[in-house]
Structure formats: C-alpha cells, structure tokens
Design a protein around this ligand. Structure first.
Ligand code: ADP
Ligand code: MG
Length: 392
C-alpha cells in the first residue's frame, strides 16, 4: 500500500486535525547463515527485508493513545496515564510493551496520539513481524519525544518489550536486524557483545525467496534446551584441553579436529562440530562476499543446511523437502533452513528469471510430497528502521 493510500485510511479512521502526522517504517528480517550459534558465542548473519511495517502517528489533544492496525480488527483507546497498566492479550501489547520500556527510560508517552499500523509481513511466519512492530514503535516515539534514536538501544528496548511485557522469550537478533539493516548489506552480529559490522551483499539479479513450510512445530523448546545443554557439555570437555576457551564457537575447525575425540558421546561431538564449522562458514561467507561471490555463498548455504540436518539434527522432513526441491531449480544458488528449525522457513538465493518457476515447481512438489501447502515470499535486502517522508 502506498503512503497516500495508508494516509487515506488514517483520515477515514481518525479524521482530519490540525496536528502533523508522521510516517515511520521498519522491515522484517531473515537470517542468511549462522544457525544455533547465538548461544555458542558465534556469529549470526541476518539481513533486513525490503518490506515491513509502516506506522502513521499523529498527536491528539485529549490524552488518549489510540491504536489501530490494517491487519487486525482489534482497536484500543488508552489514556496515556494508563499505558501498560493492563495486558490485553491482543496485538496492542507489542507497541504498549515498547511504551512501557520508554517510560522506564524516563521518556513516558505523555499526551495523546493516533496510531495506525500497516504490516506487509505475514504474522507468525518467521519473518519477525513482531520485531518490526516493536522497533517501528520505539523509533517513532523516541523521534517524537526527542529521545536518542540510537538503533542499537532501540533494538534492546524492543527485545525487552517482547521478553518482559509480551512474554515471549527471544534473542536480540531479530530486533537488531530490523533496527540496523541497510539496503544491500547483511549484518555480521555477535549476539552476546552486540559487536557488529555491515557486509555488502548486493543480490543484483538474484532474489531471496523465503519458503514457509507451514509445518506446525512441536517440542521445539525441549529440543532447543537439549541442544543447548549438549553444547555446554562439549564446551566443558574441550575447556579441559583448551582452558582459554569460553565459547564453543571460538574454536577453529582445525583445533576442534585435534581435540574432538575427547568428546566420547558421538551425538555431543556432532553438535559441537556443527557449531565450529557453521561459525567458520559465516566467516568464510563474509570473505567471499567481499568479491560478491554469490555462487560460493550459495554453496555455503547448502552446506549449512546439511550440517543442521545431519550434525545438529534440527531440520525436519518438510524443511528437507523444501530445500531439496529448491536446489533442483537451475537458477537456485543455494538453499537452507533458517531459524531454530523443526518447521518454519527456508531461505534460497534464486535468479530473478527463475523465481516464478521456483514458486510453481517447488510449491507443487512440496505439496505432493508432504501434503502441506507452502508459502513463498520474494524479498530483497532493504533498509532498517527509518522515518519516511511524505504524508502530505
Ligand atoms: P513473527 O514475529 O514470526 O511474525 P510473532 O508471533 O512473534 O510472529 O508476532 C506476530 C504478532 O505480532 C501478531 O500476531 C501481532 O500480535 C503482532 N503484529 C505484528 N505485525 C503487526 C501489525 N502490522 N499490526 C498489528 N499487530 C502486529
Ligand atoms: Mg516474532
């Protein structure tokens, strides 16, 4: 939807007023490579997508903060003095949670506002519409209230809103990518320290195709916890060999090769090997992207999937079928599961001339083989959170 069309909806809902409306935007995100490394002291490598959540916001004089979204029928009108007093269990908890965090920073939303959100990110599909709505809210209010719009701080306060107010436990990657992304650049991020750098990733005539398996995930939490404790076990053993080691991902593949037989449990050894090799793949990806070698990057994506499937064992039949069918399309440079696994999405790098064929053929084969209907989103790499000009 154009800003003009969204503004017409805004006027329809809230009417005209003498106050100035402003427009803000935050994207969705995808992790390109580097899976299950965040809790092992390794890198993730996400990018902001070129579609996201737009927010029109305009001050009002009666102290009410009014919430509406083009994506949900639920609406709310809350006096600013009561923001955060009661959770609703509705989508407004996301922006309200951000306002609660702003108040903790001594920047309470004081005064009234009309808010209209419009999301182009499918909800609950793994593209992080939740981080997008949080970050756009945080950035908008920090701008309006004259606060510091440091995008790292905004990512952190958005994460706290999701963890504490909404009550969903999530790491920092999503909010970080949504807040700090740049067009044609991926983000090399160390989640623990928030040390990061932008890495040119010019997709050119290639597109990122995100394929949603629509597989219902079960038991994700228990399996996730099991992987974490296996990694801790491996680290404890390897630390006896290399006392300076504080995280598994610090180990280089050669060094791991020298010490791996100290890990007698074969499963634990495979988990550790994934972590060590996947982290190296992220670093190798950054190297080949210096020459924008998308072809080699695609091969690393394929390798990453194999490792997640065979060593870390967090894939599932649906993800494997989606990847296998994607790799059959001639214009596909690489394909892998993205996210925690056991369902969710894959990400593929596909030549634009083959995207339609990809969606048709992979979609059909996926349906035939799994009985499920996949969904496909064609993306480029876009900017992180920003103010957009031009309501008037
Ligand atoms: P994901 O982040 O993977 O898309 P989540 O379940 O974490 O899925 O977050 C989705 C929720 O975020 C939605 O159900 C809704 O509550 C909220 N949300 C995201 N985008 C919007 C939007 N544009 N308008 C209203 N609520 C939104
Ligand atoms: Mg989410």
């Amino acid at each position: 939807m154009s800003i003009q069309a969204l503004n017409s909806k805004f006027i329809e809902k809230y009417g005209e007023s003498g106050e100035e409306a402003r427009v803000f935007y935050a994207p969705g995100r995808v992790n390109l490579i580097g899976e299950h490394l965040d809790y092992n002291g390794g890198y993730v490598f996400p990018a902001a997508l070129d579609f996201g959540t737009t927010l029109i916001v305009r001050p009002r004089t009666d102290g009410k903060v009014q919430f509406a979204s083009t994506n949900f029928p639920y609406e709310a009108s809350i006096d600013f003095s009561e923001i955060g007093h009661a959770k609703t269990g509705e989508w407004v908890d996301y922006p309200v949670g951000v306002m609660v965090e702003l108040a903790k920073k001594d920047l309470p939303v004081s005064g009234g506002y009309d808010l209209l959100f419009h999301g182009e990110i499918p909800n609950g599909s793994g593209l992080s519409s939740s981080a997008s709505i949080e970050v756009v809210t945080g950035f908008a209010f920090l701008t309006l209230l004259g606060g510091d719009t440091d995008t790292v701080e905004i990512a952190l306060l958005s994460q706290r809103a999701e963890n504490q107010y909404v009550g969903v436990n999530s790491g920092i990657m999503d909010q970080f990518a949504v807040a700090n992304g740049k067009r044609d650049q991926a983000i090399l991020l160390m989640c623990d320290t928030l040390e990061y750098s932008l890495v040119p990733f010019v997709t050119g005539s290639y597109k990122l195709v995100i394929s949603n398996t629509n597989k219902k995930r079960g038991l994700v939490d228990s399996k996730y916890n099991e992987r974490r404790s296996q990694c801790e076990e491996a680290l404890a053993i390897l630390k006896q060999e290399v006392p300076s080691l504080s995280y598994l991902a610090e180990m280089k593949p050669e060094q791991f090769g020298q010490h791996q037989d100290k890990i007698t449990d074969e499963t634990v050894r495979r988990r550790a090997r994934h972590v060590v090799e996947e982290n190296q793949r992220v670093l190798d990806s950054v190297e080949v992207l210096k020459n924008n070698d998308l072809k080699q990057f695609g091969l690393y994506m394929n390798d990453s999937h194999v490792s997640l499937r065979d060593l870390y064992e967090v894939s599932c039949e649906e993800l494997d079928v989606m990847v296998e069918e994607a790799q059959r399309i001639p214009g596909t440079l690489g394909s892998r599961m993205t996210g925690a696994g056991f369902g969710g999405c894959t990400v593929s790098l596909v030549h634009e001339d083959d995207v339609q064929r990809f969606i048709a053929e992979v979609g059909e084969a996926y349906k035939n083989r799994t009985g499920l209907t996949g969904e496909f989103y064609v993306c480029g790499i876009g900017n992180g959170v920003e103010e957009l000009k031009g309501v008037k």
